[in-house]
Design a protein. Structure first.
Length: 514
């Protein structure tokens, strides 16, 4: 396969030559702070200055600049190069680029996993780059699966090449992708280390030199989240949650060091709980993530401006998705949440939630499709015919709607119960259009409602339980329903913090105008 013609940039600006040589030297010297600056700021700045209309130098040109003896630097440079290709091509890269990027990842992970079996590889990289290596690897796998299922994204020549790639199963196949991620877990011994940390034991005492290496520990840690995402995209939510069972979601977690990693973890864990009908737990995770995004919004915008990248847009898009999913969860299992998030939710989706509460299945469908990830089918390949890339989404959406068929009446029932303190069973049955001969079944539905509101969403990753904070309870006494309003008073602390924050924003705006 031929590479993109524009990659043979012999006329390389002097600034870029100096940057590449300095970048190589910093990696050799393992100067992590300088590497992070070159990665987060240097590469985007030079991209904007010199490479808005053409590609970064090809591998052969970079070898002429820095020398071919340091193969690891070339592989790391190509990881940035191909990621830049994915960013700049609106319709997606050509098949040649997708294939070559996969081969580069194969070489990178081979260097880390197999070329140095006797001792860890002598490499140090900043956490943000390590996370984005794993995240981009999973993203490109997802993008390739969607590309295979959509003939409209390919030229006839690419379709011919795809036949050969698929017959040989040598690029972006599900098995080597999972094998790489699980191999990183195994090499780093991340799960036994996280389990030891949870139990208060010394993780270093049970890990070998690979597990004690910062590089392998971090790659293993981020691979857990990459696997979580992969299993969700494949529709295996139970396995997704099992993957991160030893990963504590607390302020001390490594994921806190990279904002996009934190958001990814919360989104996919919360989504998995939602699909397993743990709406209370999903709500808690979604709200925590939304609060984090809200608190760090200005900082993230500043960082995105400095990096001149679209990373903040990714977080912003996930923020929108979270509100759609939160609307579903709170409709099915109402509970008290942070007032600022609830206010934003009602502003964005108040009408939508009202329609869902009245049993509108189309609103559930639309909210799910707006909030869910882009599911994939790793075995679907379409050479002729229509676009099949959305079939996995349709299947997951239909499965979700089937799962809530037995619960979709719960918001309606709850709406009636909120209006009364006592209510004859027959009267409620008439409101719900239940025939007299079905009253026994209706009583079973009432008991089912009590079970759902009391049990759903209690289990957390840490194995702890929290009060679901439901604002409604009732019991049936013969032919009468007795309703107890258990609404919890407003949290005074949250109320004052919210208004103090608003006052600070007003004062900043006044100072800016002055």
């Amino acid at each position: 396969m031929d590479s993109y013609e524009g990659t043979e940039n012999i006329d390389v600006p002097e600034d870029v030559i100096q940057y590449l040589n300095y970048f190589k030297r910093m990696i050799e010297e393992q100067n992590v702070q300088e590497i992070q600056d070159l990665y987060e700021h240097g590469f985007p700045e030079l991209s904007e200055r010199y490479f808005t209309e053409r590609m970064w130098p090809s591998e052969s040109v970079v070898e002429q600049i820095v020398g071919a003896e340091n193969r690891l630097f070339i592989v790391l440079y190509k990881e940035l190069y191909y990621r830049d290709v994915y960013t700049r091509m609106g319709r997606g890269p050509t098949l040649a680029f997708r294939y070559e990027s996969y081969m580069n990842y194969q070489e990178l992970f081979s260097e880390i996993l197999t070329q140095h079996n006797s001792a860890p590889i002598n490499l140090k990289l900043p956490e943000v780059w390590l996370w984005e290596i794993i995240n981009e690897f999973v993203y490109q796998f997802q993008a390739f699966c969607l590309y295979k299922a959509n003939p409209g994204k390919r030229t006839p020549e690419e379709s011919e090449d795809l036949v050969e790639i698929e017959s040989n199963q040598n690029a972006w196949n599900i098995y080597p992708v999972l094998n790489i991620l699980y191999s990183l877990l195994d090499k780093s011994q991340i799960n036994i280390q996280l389990q030891a940390i949870r139990e208060g034991r010394d993780a270093d005492s049970i890990a070998d030199e690979f597990g004690r290496s910062d590089l392998y520990f971090r790659l293993g840690y981020f691979s857990l989240i990459g696997l979580l995402r992969t299993h969700v995209l494949l529709g295996d939510y139970h396995q997704a949650l099992q993957t991160v069972e030893f990963l504590e979601m607390d302020p001390k977690g490594l994921y806190n060091s990279v904002p996009s990693c934190l958001v990814t973890l919360h989104y996919f864990v919360g989504f998995s709980h939602m699909m397993m009908r743990n709406y209370g737990e999903a709500t808690k995770i979604f709200v925590n993530c939304l609060l984090y995004i809200q608190r760090t919004q200005n900082f993230q915008q500043q960082q995105a401006t400095q990096r001149k990248s679209g990373k903040y847009d990714v977080i912003g898009k996930t923020n929108d998705q979270l509100f759609f999913l939160l609307a579903i969860c709170l409709t099915l299992q109402p509970q008290r949440i942070d007032e600022s998030i609830m206010s934003l939710l009602l502003e964005k989706h108040g009408d939508r939630m009202s329609r869902m509460a009245n049993g509108d299945s189309d609103e559930f469908r639309n909210s799910f499709q707006q909030g869910c990830p882009k599911f994939l089918s790793p075995t679907t390949v379409v050479f002729d015919g229509g676009n099949q890339s959305k079939e996995p989404l349709i299947r997951q959406c239909n499965a979700f709607l089937e799962g809530i068929d037995s619960q979709i009446w719960l918001p309606i029932l709850r709406g009636y119960l909120k209006l009364y303190t006592t209510l004859p069973l027959k009267k409620l049955a008439s409101f719900m259009d239940v025939k007299e001969q079905e009253h026994d079944t209706f009583i079973a539905k009432l008991l089912s409602f009590k079970m759902i509101v009391n049990e759903l969403g209690k289990a957390t990753i840490g194995g702890q339980e929290e009060d679901a904070s439901m604002d409604l309870d009732f019991y049936v006494d013969k032919d009468m329903i007795i309703v107890a309003d258990t609404k919890v008073a407003r949290r005074v602390g949250e109320y004052f913090i919210k208004h103090i924050t608003k006052l600070q924003d007003v004062m900043r705006k006044i100072k800016a105008l002055a």
